[in-house]
Design a protein around this ligand. Structure first.
Ligand code: BT5
Length: 238
């Protein structure tokens, strides 16, 4: 079995994106286990260049530098998601996963995950988690889609305690075989058994999300047969 990862946490007040800082640190010779945590981001990002709302003093913006075994690269987003679920549970909040990279409470997004493969086995795993943002503080365009610990649990949460707990759970999931990670992600994934529309770069497909394979790809039963999807934007149709 792989040795346990040990964490080295670097804290910043404001960065462009914690994923970028973690990558710069990797280029400067940092190795697996570096964790970059920022109080705010000026260019926090999601997938496909989308922006991640990252105000100061409220939430968690964190990136981990990893060198996973090859077969595990594809399941790092689930490792992040499961650890986020477990950390929230420790503080009394039940959350679920939405395929491929969201942490949700009742269809609303409380956390987002951006894992970037940077070659030579290097993965930067970025996690944004909404902790103490109130409803009125979310920008209009995401207000109806987003939620936070404060909104759901009706109390504030100490961000350092959440980070500590998240990193502890991350370690536990990271050393498990990839198929066990996927097995648990399947159990917690609200996308399965749902009718979905998946937006791909050039088209959209609709069907029932019937399963996830052992690599974490989504299997969709469409009128034209079974379709396997490795990434995309999923809309739960009903
Ligand atoms: C994600 O992208 O969900 C991945 C977000 C990853 C953010 C972390 S923060 C630390 C690290 N450093 C970074 O620069 N990024 C990572 P995606 O699936 O593309 O979702 C983006 C969409 O989520 C946006 O287009 C909005 O609709 C919505 N959104 C933006 N900010 C949000 C927030 N704080 N909470 C909930 N939804 C948000």
């Amino acid at each position: 079995m792989r040795h346990e990862i040990s964490w080295r946490i670097e804290r910043y007040d404001e960065v462009s994106s914690t994923n970028d800082i973690a990558y710069e640190r990797a280029l400067a010779g940092e190795t697996e286990g570096l964790v970059v945590v920022a109080d705010s981001q000026t260019k926090g990002r999601g997938r496909l260049g989308r922006a991640w709302f990252s105000p100061a003093g409220k939430n968690i913006y964190l990136s981990i530098l990893l060198k996973p075994d090859e077969e595990k690269v594809g399941v790092i987003p689930f490792v992040c998601g499961l650890a986020t679920n477990d950390a929230f549970k420790k503080f009394g909040l039940e959350t679920k996963l939405k395929w491929p990279n969201d942490v949700v409470v009742n269809e609303k997004k409380i956390g987002g995950i951006l894992c970037e493969y940077r070659g030579e086995g290097l993965v930067i795993a970025g996690i944004g988690v909404n902790i103490n943002t109130s409803e009125s503080e979310f920008p209009e365009d995401i207000k109806s889609l987003a939620t936070s610990y404060l909104i759901e649990a009706k109390r504030e949460l100490n961000r350092d305690e959440f980070v500590e707990s998240f990193l502890t759970f991350f370690k536990l999931w990271y050393i498990k075989p990839h198929f066990e990670v996927v097995k648990e992600a399947k159990r917690r994934c609200v996308t399965l058994k749902r009718r979905v529309k998946v937006l791909l770069s050039t088209c959209a497909i609709e069907g029932v999300a019937c399963d996830m394979d052992e690599k974490g790809a989504l299997l969709i039963q469409t009128n034209a047969g079974l379709v396997r999807i490795e990434t995309g934007d999923v809309i739960h149709v009903r």
